[in-house]
Design a protein around this ligand. Structure first.
Ligand code: FE2
Ligand code: FE2
Length: 293
């Protein structure tokens, strides 16, 4: 990466789900390497759901080896599956591999003198939507901190009516993630003309869509990081000269919105077993179409 004003070309990949990709399309990473060589891009923004807790470190190393690109990453909900949030984050923070950085630990990355990169995976934070009848995600059984909140008889037999402990935990995870990202947002805002923000869960209703339609009240609790959206809109109003670009995944839906005059947000499409990337270029800070490798 460069610290001057040279052109920057970044590769954004979200919801890689390597555990599915390696069995369904084992040649995909080699084709990615060839595609990125042709694009002339050497830095990957990896937006979470890399694999699961048993294999995300090996997956990151493999991606580094095959592509020979540097990688800035955030974690997604699937990266905690079969493990705990605390343990996976501890392991992500402990990774010491040249060319690899976990954004919640790295903090503000200067891409050039005008542009900073920050990121956090975030969480579907049960801040907004139908708290009685929201869509149940496998997260609630497969991630230790969430599974610990659930009365298993109620969850599996009674249709999951006792949701208050889970809702509290989701809110706590969302607020902790917001606090972490806000710390770096405050450091970058006012210093840079553009702030690129990589998340897993979208902070905005506008890009929390389902099958090309606006998201539903049942979907928002698990698919929207609402408390971060409020903080970002407030920061954007406070710094009207700063341009905020927010790149998210998790919904697996293609979505774009101008959320405020100085916030543009994208959600990237994904499918288990497929590998897609998008090019983010500094000329105009444009995000290209999703390209299937
Ligand atoms: Fe995903
Ligand atoms: Fe996800």
């Amino acid at each position: 990466m460069t610290s001057d004003e040279m052109s920057i070309k970044l590769v954004w990949i979200s919801d890689l789900h390597l555990d599915h990709l390696e069995s369904k399309d084992p040649g995909a990473l080699m084709r990615l390497e060839a595609a990125l060589e042709e694009e002339g891009a050497a830095h990957i923004l990896l937006g979470g759901d890399i694999a699961d807790s048993r294999s995300f470190e090996a997956g990151l190393k493999h991606l580094l080896d095959v592509t020979r690109c540097s990688i800035s990453f955030v974690l997604g909900n699937h990266d905690y599956y079969f493990g705990s949030v605390a343990d996976v984050r501890r392991r992500a923070a402990a990774l010491q591999i040249p060319g690899l950085q976990w954004l919640p630990k790295t903090g503000v990355v200067e891409l050039n003198k005008d542009t900073a990169l920050i990121g956090h995976g975030g969480w579907g934070d049960a801040h907004r939507g139908d708290m009685e009848n929201f869509i149940l995600l496998t997260d609630y059984a497969a991630i230790k901190e969430l599974a610990d909140t659930i009365n298993h008889e109620d969850f599996w037999i009674n249709g999951f009516r006792k949701r208050s402990a889970l809702i509290s935990k989701l809110r706590q995870l969302g607020e902790e993630a917001s606090k972490s990202l806000k710390y770096y947002l405050d450091k970058a805002a006012g210093r840079y003309k553009r702030i690129l923000i990589l998340t897993h869960v979208t902070p905005f209703v506008e890009t929390c869509t389902y099958r090309d339609r606006p998201g539903s009240e049942q979907g928002f609790p698990g698919f929207l990081w609402d408390c971060m959206g409020i903080l970002l809109k407030s920061a954007a109003a406070e710094y009207p000269e700063t341009e905020f670009l927010v790149l998210s995944g998790h919904t697996h839906e293609d979505s774009y919105a101008r959320v405020a005059s100085n916030i543009r947000a994208w959600s990237s499409p994904a499918e288990y077993g497929e590998l897609r990337y998008r090019i983010v270029e500094s000329s105009g800070w444009t995000v290209g179409p999703s390209i299937l490798v």
